[in-house]
Design a protein around this ligand. Structure first.
Ligand code: YOG
Length: 135
């Protein structure tokens, strides 16, 4: 039985998002706006199938994937790049590798209690985010 990520999760902290956005080549004006956001993750999981929505007042991002199945990801509204993306289980952690123009790109999710953790990596930058489960 894989871990259960279902739910609505609200951001509580966002460490080095600036460095992550710079590594992705996001322009200054967009970074200024994006830094102020407190996005929400809405996750629907059925076994190994995930629908992850990252919602904010500025932009939304939508990802659908099955763990273990590589797919073509286009980061629309983010850095607008194309990646070959694969998400796998590492015990109860979700580990994502985004192969493309940027080196060392990917993310890791895990849950501790009512908190959802996310580490986003690109090149030499790591952004650490924490979300809390909504009531
Ligand atoms: O999530 O890959 O949960 O897809 C990363 C933003 C800011 C837009 C969001 C909008 C990267 C301007 C998705 C913020 C910065 C800045 C809310 C992270 C790029 C552009 C959408 C992600 C995974 C794992 C699921």
């Amino acid at each position: 039985m894989p871990a259960d990520y279902n739910g609505t999760w609200n951001m509580v902290s966002n460490d080095n998002f600036e460095g992550y956005m710079q590594a992705l080549g996001i322009d200054f004006a967009t970074r200024k706006i994006a830094k102020m956001l407190k996005p929400q993750k809405v996750i629907e999981q059925k076994g190994d199938f995930f629908h992850v929505q990252t919602l904010s007042s500025f932009r939304n991002y939508n990802a659908e994937f099955t763990v273990g199945v590589e797919f073509n990801e286009e980061t629309k509204g983010l850095d607008n790049r194309k990646c070959k993306t694969l998400v796998t289980w590492d015990n109860d952690r979700l580990v994502c590798v985004q192969k493309g123009e940027k080196n060392n790109r990917g993310w890791i999710h895990w849950i501790e209690g009512d908190q959802l953790f996310l580490e986003l990596s690109c090149e030499d930058q790591v952004c650490k985010q924490v979300y809390k489960k909504a009531d």
